[in-house]
Ligand binder design. Structure first.
Ligand code: SAM
Length: 249
């Protein structure tokens, strides 16, 4: 009996030591990219490349995404119209929310597929209800994690992220995983409210400057293609995955 107790103790001690060192390793990796300090009310107190990450917009705010005046305020119609996509493209709508953009994009890729990725199952439920009502076949809802969109590697022609990137709690890990899922030469289109413009009526941490976005995308190995400012409130930044993706630092 004594021998069994001793063995049990040794097994538990080993398991605890292994768990601690795994935790420490995770923390060490995290601290390489992130700083933690007291932040603002709208932020999570975690900073990436000098930027404080904002809280995630909860699913109870879904109505705001679907507000009738959104098209006029943000010219979302123009954004969809000007997206350079082919009918057979595979598109990833990251942080898809209720699917406000997912379904108009799906209509533009009748021979392709739209992966609607979100970390909130409640958002994906709303999106699924809409998919059923509209009888759309080429949309696949994907539950992502904070660090990965859970998409297959080298399959996406266009990654589309509207008003979500600033909420990613692990932007570096998400960014690396997004690049992995893009095919070489594939594009990433990032839309964020312009922080350079104080007249844009959005909380500071929910806006981003062009300079900051370019810095963060460069860090994960994407090439900047262009920045278009034809929308009333948001930047449209376009990046490309290089043929050989060895540039992440
Ligand atoms: C402000 S909403 C924008 C929704 C949609 N793109 C739109 O413009 O209507 C941001 C969405 O991003 C999602 N999100 C936050 N972090 C995420 C992550 N790491 N991966 C995927 N989705 C994420 C949130 O759950 C939320 O649904």
């Amino acid at each position: 009996m004594k021998l069994i107790n001793r063995l049990t103790f040794l097994v538990l001690a080993f398991a605890t030591a292994t768990a601690c060192s795994a935790d420490q390793a995770a923390e060490a990796v995290e601290n390489e990219f992130y700083e933690y300090k007291s932040g603002s009310r709208d932020g999570i107190g975690k900073f990436y490349m000098g930027r404080e990450i904002s809280h995630v917009m909860g699913h109870l705010g879904a109505g705001w995404l679907e507000r009738p005046e959104r098209e006029r305020q943000e010219r979302t119609d123009l954004l969809i119209e000007r997206l350079a996509i082919d009918p057979d493209d595979n598109v990833a709508d990251i942080g898809a929310g209720t699917g406000y953009f997912t379904f108009p994009i799906a209509a533009r890729v009748p021979e392709g597929q739209v992966y609607a990725v979100d970390i909130q199952p409640e958002m994906l439920t709303l999106l699924g209800e809409r998919q059923k009502a509209l009888s759309v076949a080429n949309v696949k809802a994907v539950l992502g994690s904070e660090t990965s969109p859970n998409l297959p590697a080298n399959t996406i022609d266009l990654t589309f992220i509207v008003d979500a990137y600033h909420e990613f709690s692990y932007p570096r890990e998400m960014g690396v995983a997004l690049v992995e899922s893009l095919r070489p030469g594939g594009k990433l289109v990032l839309i964020e409210y312009r922080s350079e413009d104080p007249s844009v009526p959005i909380k500071t941490l929910h806006k981003m400057s062009e300079e900051q976005v370019r810095l963060e995308m460069q860090a994960i190995g994407l090439d900047w293609v262009t920045t278009e400012d034809y929308l009333p409130q948001q930047h449209v930044l376009i990046f490309e995955k290089p043929a050989s993706n060895e540039k992440a630092n």
